[in-house]
Design a protein around this ligand. Structure first.
Ligand SMILES: [Zn+2]
Length: 232
């Protein structure tokens, strides 16, 4: 079994571009949110008001909107039908707050409409929580004791994580598209503000693309390591 420097070199070769894309995406989303959380919207609604209006206009006045602690902790909780916005976005009157609040409202509407990728993603969560750490352990264990089928089992278990990161993409893009479409016609956002909304939401989407590429390249690395060591 040769996981020597050749293996680590291969890992860097495969993973470095994905890691760099991930760092770049993080910088980009922080930059966009930093910039557009300081730009007040003309209509002057808080993020909480934007989300309320979007949900009500979709006949979803039963979904609660709560303020939550932390930065970028915004999420929709399907179990309690509650949309939680971080204080910056709950109280904030800004282009970033409006965009993020409408994106989260988009997830609530996906839930209401039984949007298939959202349901599939929620179904996968428990297995991903286990597979993301158990997969690599089983894989490395299989390599160490030279039991190739066990290593492949580890690859398969970790593979669930990669599939999950792919299923996340349509869920996130669709929520942002719903947000953009509703905001541009709601009167909450003026025409000249749409560009800022797009920049914030597209930067956030890029972080999910980077995460998916990272998961897939890690999976590919495992596969290369196994198929490569077999030929040697
Ligand atoms: Zn989202």
């Amino acid at each position: 079994m040769g996981i020597g420097f050749g293996g680590y070199g291969l890992y860097l070769l495969i993973s470095l571009p994905a890691l760099l894309l991930g760092f770049w995406a993080q910088l980009k989303v922080k930059g966009a949110i930093n910039k557009y959380s300081k730009i007040r919207t003309i209509a002057g609604f808080t993020g909480a008001q934007v989300a309320r209006k979007m949900l009500d206009s979709n006949g979803m006045s039963d979904v609660r909107i709560e303020e939550t602690n932390g930065i970028l902790t915004d999420h929709y909780d399907p179990r309690s039908n509650t949309l939680r916005l971080s204080s910056n976005n709950f109280r904030g009157i800004s282009i970033a707050a409006a965009g993020i609040a409408a994106h989260e409202a988009g997830h609530a509407i996906q839930d209401e409409e039984n949007y298939a990728p959202l349901k599939f993603r929620a179904f996968m969560v428990p297995s991903v929580q286990i597979g993301s750490w158990l997969g690599p352990i089983i894989f490395i264990g299989g390599l160490l004791i030279n039991w190739i089928n066990l290593a492949w089992l580890g690859v398969a278990i970790f593979g669930v994580t990669a599939v999950f990161s792919l299923v996340t993409l349509p869920v996130e893009f669709n929520a942002s598209n719903r947000a953009k479409a509703w905001l541009s016609t709601s009167g909450v956002i003026y025409q000249q503000e749409n560009d800022g909304i797009k920049k914030v939401l597209d930067a956030a989407a890029l972080t999910y693309v980077a995460a998916a590429i990272q998961a897939i390249t890690t999976l590919l690395y495992y596969v290369f390591l196994l198929t490569g060591s077999r030929r040697r």
